[in-house]
Design a protein. Sequence first.
Length: 48
Amino acid sequence: MARALNKLASVAQGLVAGVDEAGRGPLAGPVIAAAVVLDPQQPVDGLA
């Protein structure tokens, strides 16, 4: 995954946001989604 992210970052013209979702869609209940942009110059301990 890091290889794909590095490749994307090298061609992206802006920020790259990782997105995750939890839920099965409106038929099974609410869907929760989130997007996060991290600064590569300030890594967060515990995140791979």
